[in-house]
Design a protein around this ligand. Sequence first.
Ligand SMILES: [Zn+2]
Ligand SMILES: [Zn+2]
Length: 50
Amino acid sequence: MMTDVMMLCDACGKMAKHTCKNCGKRVCNDHFDTVSGWCTSCRSGKKLKK
Ligand SMILES: [Zn+2]
Ligand SMILES: [Zn+2]
């Protein structure tokens, strides 16, 4: 399986380079905070881990 080459952002569908450390979603630069390692939805929503 070569699914890694087609990672798409969970928020906008663009190519995703990052994975959120909190929820595990794949997100692009626009939807990822490099400081926290979280996606923007996790940071803004302050959601707890599942
Ligand atoms: Zn995105
Ligand atoms: Zn997240």
